[in-house]
Structure formats: structure tokens, C-alpha cells
Write a protein that binds this ligand. Structure first.
Ligand SMILES: [Zn+2]
Length: 111
């Protein structure tokens, strides 16, 4: 039973463990135990977006795309990478959760 305690992210309000999934990036995300609205830190989200954009650029660069097409195809691929990253990243680096509502943070509201 204690094995479960080491997994997931911690609720800042009740200390309960929340299983990690891409759902933590949702705007309507709540703690499963105390129902407190929670959100992932803006810095964490921004790093994921930046990481996806850079990975996308690197892929095209390595493929030998060094002209305008680089910028044309970079964004769609970056978005594709981002959808994968939000599923994987929380397992690699645990995001920090905050109680309440974010003020002015770019949301990753992916469905
Ligand atoms: Zn809670």
C-alpha cells in the first residue's frame, strides 16, 4: 500500500497523492481527495512548450531543412510533440501543483 504513496503528485491542500496523467494540465483539474482546484506551475508548462518547439526545430534541422519550410512546418510538429510531452513529462519530472486558480498563465488545455 505504501508503494502507491511514492507515485503521483502531491495535493498542496490535503497532501493526498494524485495519479500523474495529462489530466493535470486541464483547467478543470481537481484533487481527487479534497476537490480543490489545482493547476500545474506556469513555468513547468512553459518549459514543456519550449522543449517541444526546440525539439521540432532540431528534427527539421537534422533532416536538412534550413529554409522557410522550417518555420512553416515547425509549429504543427511542435504541437504534435507537445501532445506527447504532456503525457510523458509528468512521469519524468514531477510537476508542482498549486491550489486555486492560475492568474495569467498560458494553459495547455489539450483534450
Ligand atoms: Zn487535496
Amino acid at each position: 500500500m505504501s508503494e502507491v504513496q511514492t507515485h503521483g503528485v502531491q495535493c498542496p491542500k490535503c497532501g493526498g497523492r494524485i495519479p500523474v496523467s495529462k489530466l493535470i494540465f486541464r483547467e478543470s483539474f481537481r484533487c481527487v481527495r479534497c476537490q480543490t482546484p489545482l493547476y500545474v506551475s506556469g513555468a513547468y508548462s512553459r518549459v514543456l512548450v519550449l522543449l517541444s518547439a526546440l525539439t521540432s526545430l532540431a528534427i527539421f534541422w537534422l533532416l536538412g531543412v534550413r529554409d522557410l519550410r522550417l518555420f512553416l512546418f515547425c509549429l504543427p510538429l511542435a504541437f504534435l510533440i507537445l501532445t506527447l510531452v504532456v503525457r510523458v513529462a509528468p512521469f519524468v519530472i514531477r510537476p508542482r501543483l498549486y491550489a486555486g486558480r492560475p492568474s495569467s498563465i498560458t494553459k495547455l488545455d489539450l483534450s
